[in-house]
Every structure is written in C-alpha cells, then in structure tokens.
Design a protein around this ligand. Structure first.
Ligand SMILES: Nc1ncnc2c1ncn2[C@@H]1O[C@H](COP(=O)(O)OP(=O)(O)OP(=O)(O)O)[C@@H](O)[C@H]1O
Ligand SMILES: [Mg+2]
Length: 153
C-alpha cells in the first residue's frame, strides 16, 4: 500500500487560523503524514521543529499576532522525499538576506533568538524562501527520509 503511494506520489494540504494553539496541531499533522515513509525519531523531530518555526514566524511576524490571518501548509511525498510548503499572506519580508542571518530578529523585545531560518536551512536538505512586502511569505523545503528499515536491516 505505502509502496504504491510512494510511486504515484502523495500529498496533503491544510489551512488554519494564525493562532498559536494551532502550532502543535500543524507539526503533529505533518509528523503523522510523513510516518508512511517510516522516518527515524530524529527525522520526525527535525520536521516537527521546522514546521513549528515556520508556523510561529507566520503567526508572530507575518500577521503580527492577528488571528484573522490564515496559514497554509502543503506536503508532498515523492519516493523517499517530503516537500513542505508553508505560507502566509501577511506583511512579507523586506530584506531576505538579512532575515536569514543567524541571530537576526526584528522582534528582540519578544525574546526571539533569530534562529528560525537557520534551523530550517540546517534541518532540511533544500530550503527556499520567497517573500514580498505586503504579499506574504512562502517557504519551500525538502527532506529525504532514510527509512528505519534501511538503517536496521
Ligand atoms: N512569515 C514571516 N513574515 C514576515 N516576516 C518574517 C516571517 N518569517 C520571518 N520573518 C522575519 O525574519 C526574521 C528572522 O526570522 P527567524 O525565524 O530566523 O527569527 P525570529 O523569528 O526573529 O526568532 P526565532 O525564530 O529564533 O524565535 C524575523 O525576525 C522577521 O523579521
Ligand atoms: Mg522565527
């Protein structure tokens, strides 16, 4: 069954209100979706962390805490690779290179550490950030999952 899914590709998509209580829902949903690739605990933890970072960014930066905002996630599995797209229609990012710098944060008063994008770049195999002022932000990331079966057999 899962082999068929992998050959044909598989996807899911999700839209939810930009409320912090939805962050854990988002990361658990992605973890459940990727479970068909039989990921290791470490891979699951990495994926949950990047989802959490990206969704938190949309909520606190993209929408400045306005719960009327909508965050969407789509995930696609092709072979052993998961592609995640996380997007908002919020304020957008003025300077992408600056935003990606480790330790850069525009909200030091909220005790952010400025490490969200650095974590996403490090935990995933591919990371692509697209944003326009007033037009929202879209992050596309890919990770190859090394199945537990491959590790232990
Ligand atoms: N979805 C977004 N919409 C608008 N601005 C964003 C968005 N995501 C990130 N940014 C901008 O990029 C900066 C860097 O993001 P990053 O996640 O690396 O750090 P942070 O969120 O400030 O801190 P941390 O993630 O460590 O709590 C943010 O401070 C913010 O200015
Ligand atoms: Mg962040």
């Amino acid at each position: 069954m899962s082999a068929d899914n992998q050959q044909a590709g598989n996807f899911m998509s999700l839209k939810f209100a930009a409320k912090s209580e939805n962050e854990s829902f988002a990361r658990v949903t992605v973890a459940a979706f990727v479970s068909q690739l039989d990921p290791t605990m470490e891979e699951i933890t990495d994926l949950k962390t990047v989802v959490s970072e990206a969704v938190t960014n949309s909520i606190i930066h993209g929408y400045d805490g306005n719960p009327e905002g909508v965050v969407s996630i789509s995930a696609e599995i092709e072979g052993d690779t998961i592609t995640l797209v996380i997007e908002d229609q919020g304020r957008g990012i003025e300077d992408l290179e600056l935003a990606k710098q480790p330790l850069y944060t525009s909200k030091p008063e909220l005790e952010r550490s400025g490490m969200g994008f650095t974590i996403m770049e490090n935990f995933m195999d591919e990371f692509d950030l697209h944003s326009e002022m007033g037009g929202g932000t879209r992050i596309r990331m890919k990770k190859r999952i090394v199945s537990k079966k491959a590790l232990y057999n």
